[in-house]
Design a protein around this ligand. Structure first.
Ligand SMILES: *Cc1c(COP(=O)(O)O)cnc(C)c1O
Length: 517
């Protein structure tokens, strides 16, 4: 039997019409009806799935999932939608991790709002690329107005600007790149990093962030040619907020050692604890020393929409640049994120004019090409998701949902703090709860093992998906609360299971421990 590829090649060779394969699947006027019918089938599949999912995850392990892929030959297409969807259900949807489920409380993945999903249904088929105006037209103004709206909520002032990015990691990279190049541009004997590469003093450049800041600072430093060595951790207070006294000492240390601090990164919502660094005090120190202040508000950005908790971000308006992740606390589908600067001219460090795409004359004529401000060229129209969300629901509705999970974290903390077998690390500054299961008489090493066991037991049974982290070298468990549908009862039920698994572990270990002692 001939393969379909051979059939097709043969058909072409004979000058006959090739087998009905390729152009049938193009999105165009002729296929609008087919598009609609097939899209409906996909939507229907998702509708059925979301209605039947009764746990956040089946607990399938990588080895089990990998088996599904053994018989699949990517060079043997199924030819139509139905069997492809059936296969997809088996290899992906049946065992997907469902973030919308109330007992998914692991990472910073939010349940998403309908307007954001509906926007995906529009932005994918139209497929605008938000690099140049001539590929996006009105899309450019949608993205720009959301940047302006966000900058306005932050209070960055009239000269602010920014661009949508793929996530907080890219936004933080942009921030540190611009801070690095801002320093490069200030040197009398250097023609700027863009043209000449790193300046002679590059080994002395330092980036200061709290010891619990996001790992993308290290990654960025490495990418930017400065290395991990350039990231100077600043000590925190007991609430995991950057200690301004420690920052002051670090800055003085830099001066004494002839190091050059190019940026201070304040975190507004640390990934593990939700702690917000003291922005006002940090901003004052940055101003005094003339250092770039970047605020990483990837997690805490949602407070911009919260009437009750907006004040927790006080001081963010002093930032030179800000990271906001709409795909975390604005309940948007991945990806949806932004990078903002106080002075639009600072974005010139990422600008490059290509004759075929965004020539200088085009910029001079006032054409708003987003690519002039972006690390990316072809760029998704992610802004549409936030746009439709604001146009349908409004910002306060988003803020209200975030407030609910912040309040839930407070209630859950009170509950956990009373539990004799649970040690809670701190009162939640935002919506994460860090704790561990603890029984008297166990060593720290045993507690580490026990808590790791508890987490995998929960996930393996699909009872809940929770996160884990290390604090002071010890293993802790973490609830990241972003689902306004999660109830206190969901959390207490998870804790009950944690306790049961913990006790099981102790019982199973008892003979070994008795023998050892
Ligand atoms: C999530 C997070 C990031 C990274 O954002 P991505 O969108 O995952 O790339 C950066 N900083 C903080 C504080 C975060 O919580």
């Amino acid at each position: 039997m001939r393969s379909r590829l051979e059939e097709k090649q043969r058909g072409t060779a004979l000058g006959t019409r090739p087998a009905p394969l390729a152009t049938d699947q193009l999105f165009n006027a002729g296929h609008a009806e087919a598009y609609w019918q097939q899209a409906t089938r996909c939507v229907d599949l998702v509708r059925r799935k979301v209605a039947e999912v009764d746990r956040p995850f089946t607990g399938a392990c990588p080895e089990e999932l990998k088996e599904h892929f053994a018989g699949i030959d990517l060079d043997a297409p199924l030819g139509e939608l139905r069997p492809a969807l059936e296969e997809l259900e088996r290899v992906y949807l049946d065992d997907a991790v469902y973030f919308h489920h109330p007992r998914y409380v692991a990472h910073l993945n939010c349940p998403i709002v309908l307007p954001g999903i509906l926007a995906e249904a529009i932005l994918s088929p139209i497929n605008s690329s938000l690099d140049t105006f001539d590929q996006s037209a009105g899309g450019t103004f949608i993205e720009q107005s959301l940047i302006d709206w966000t900058a306005d909520r932050i209070g960055l002032g009239q000269d602010a600007d920014g661009v949508f990015t793929s996530g907080g990691t890219q936004s933080n990279l942009m921030a540190l790149m611009i801070a690095r190049d801002h320093h490069g541009a200030s040197l009398a004997d250097h023609g700027g990093n863009k043209h000449e590469g790193l300046p002679a003093d590059y080994r002395r450049l330092r980036i200061l962030g709290s010891e619990v800041s996001h790992f993308s600072l290290q990654k960025s430093a490495a990418i930017l040619g400065l290395g991990y060595q350039a990231v100077m951790p600043v000590a925190c207070d007991a609430h995991y907020r950057m200690d301004p006294t420690a920052l002051k000492a670090r800055l003085e240390e830099c001066l004494a050692m002839e190091l050059i601090p190019i940026a201070v990164v304040a975190t507004a919502g640390t990934t593990d604890f939700g702690s917000i660094d003291p922005l006002e005090e940090i901003a004052a120190l940055c101003r005094e020393h003339g250092i770039w202040l970047h605020v990483d508000a990837a997690y805490g950005g949602g407070l911009l929409c919260s009437p009750r908790y907006r004040h927790r971000l006080a001081g963010i308006e002093h930032a030179d640049s800000v990271t906001i992740d709409y795909h975390k606390t604005f309940f948007q589908p991945v990806s949806c994120s932004a990078f903002l600067v106080r002075r639009r001219s600072d974005l010139r460090h990422v600008t490059h004019h290509a004759d075929y795409l965004n020539p200088l004359c085009q910029a001079e004529a006032g054409t708003p090409d987003q690519v002039n401000k972006s690390l990316q060229t072809t760029k998704r129209f992610d802004a549409l998701k936030l746009w439709l969300t604001l146009r349908i629901m409004g910002a306060e509705a988003l803020g209200e949902m975030f407030e609910r999970v912040i309040d839930l974290a407070g209630e859950a903390h009170a509950e956990l703090a009373r539990h004799p077998e649970v040690e809670v690390l701190l009162e939640p500054p935002m919506s994460t709860l860090v704790f561990r299961y603890r029984l008297a008489g166990l060593t720290e090493a045993e507690l580490d093992e026990l808590n790791a066991y508890v987490r995998s037991a929960l996930s393996r049974r699909g009872e809940a998906v929770i996160a884990a982290t290390r604090v002071g070298g010890r293993r802790y468990l973490k609830f990241t609360l972003l689902n306004p549908d999660t109830r206190l009862e969901d959390l207490t039920a998870i804790v009950e299971r944690i306790v049961n698994h913990g006790r099981d572990w102790c019982e199973a270990q008892a003979p070994a421990r008795a023998a050892a002692s």
